[in-house]
Design a protein around this ligand. Structure first.
Ligand code: PEP
Ligand code: MG
Length: 328
């Protein structure tokens, strides 16, 4: 695998028509960060901070969190890192946070997880905010909140960070030179109020793993449903298209950080509907950079526009045929 990474490391993801696409990678552990250099990814578009919580027998204390975040920033060097606050609960249960509320959930994926849990266990979010702010002292900090369903949740989470930043400032501690806040769009409800949240964000990252599960009401962890709904279905693509168009005019970056973006035809479709930032599994970075170089955005945009207006009977077959015709 390392040899494959290396061969594509220096491929610059410019499309055939000359647009630079941002190809970033997802990570969750300190060791994952070495893939940044190996793959030549543009940065870490999703750092899943809950991994540290999931592999620990006890709640990771603030100092331990801070050490990890600092190591990750050091290893990333000039490349940006987007830290997502913990997404625990749901399918990512941690024994030391077990509570009656978590234990009796019938639908944990739609339950008390991610930002919902962080906002109630405020001590948890405060500690994470302090750890991130201290780790990024003198550098840029990108913070992303998971499972934002309504704008107030974003505001409340950001306020926790700002209170911690004020505290550090009052102690004359060095702060990050810039703090950028973003949200994940993985709960469909947020898409209906985009214009309310967009002005408050620096970036929006679409989490297609959870989004698909909620759009189709299909448990992402249930193997019986794994093959049932296609990421290339008109329902998903139209939804993603609407989201991309919904933020036009706001000075925010929009991207996709779900697994969808790491697959060839899916990435092609995403580029065709206007996404220019993908954060994907490290093994996909090289292949997707290579794909990008073969694409003319005007051509794929025109095809997607037609197919979204009037979906072909099999979108996957249509995209496969199109890719073959265009030597992609
Ligand atoms: C997603 O839901 O698409 C996502 C990127 O986050 P996770 O897979 O960690 O839930
Ligand atoms: Mg998710």
């Amino acid at each position: 695998r390392q040899a494959t990474y290396a061969a594509l490391r220096d491929v610059e993801p410019f499309t055939r028509c000359g647009t630079r696409i941002n190809v970033m990678m997802n990570a969750g552990l300190r060791d994952d960060v070495s893939a940044l250099q190996l793959t030549g990814a543009d940065g870490i578009g999703l750092f899943r901070t809950e991994f540290q919580f999931l592999v620990s027998a006890t709640l990771p204390q603030r100092e331990r969190q801070q050490r990890l975040y600092r190591d990750v920033l050091d290893a990333a060097g000039d490349k940006p890192v987007v830290f997502r606050t913990v997404d625990i609960g749901g399918d990512k249960a941690v024994p030391y946070l077990s509570s009656e509320a978590l234990d009796r959930e019938e639908n944990p994926a739609m339950g008390w997880r991610a930002l919902r849990l962080s906002l109630e266990r405020e001590g948890l979010l405060k500690a994470q905010a302090r750890a991130l702010l201290e780790a990024a002292a003198g550098r840029r900090l990108n913070v992303m909140f998971p499972m934002v369903s309504e704008p107030w949740e974003f505001d409340a989470a950001k306020a926790v960070f700002e209170t911690q930043a004020d505290f550090l400032r009052s102690r004359r501690k060095l702060l990050p030179e810039e703090i950028r806040y973003g949200a994940m769009l993985e709960v469909p409800a947020l898409a209906e109020v985009l214009e309310l949240i967009a002005p408050r964000l620096s970036f929006l990252s679409v989490g297609t793993n959870d989004l698909t599960q909620f759009l189709f009401a299909a448990d992402r962890a249930n193997p019986k449903l794994a093959e049932r709904y296609d990421w290339l279905s008109p329902a998903i693509l139209r939804f993603l298209d609407r989201v991309a168009r919904g933020v036009v005019g706001y000075p925010i970056e929009i991207g996709v950080c779900g697994e969808m973006g790491g697959r060839r035809l899916e990435a092609l479709a995403l580029l065709g509907i206007g996404y220019r930032r993908l954060s994907i599994t490290p093994a996909s970075v090289g292949p997707i950079k290579e794909l990008v170089r073969k694409i003319d955005l005007a051509e794929i945009s025109a095809a997607m526009k037609e197919w979204l207006a009037s979906p072909p009977p099999d979108m996957r077959a249509a995209l496969t045929g199109w890719a073959q015709e265009h030597d992609i």
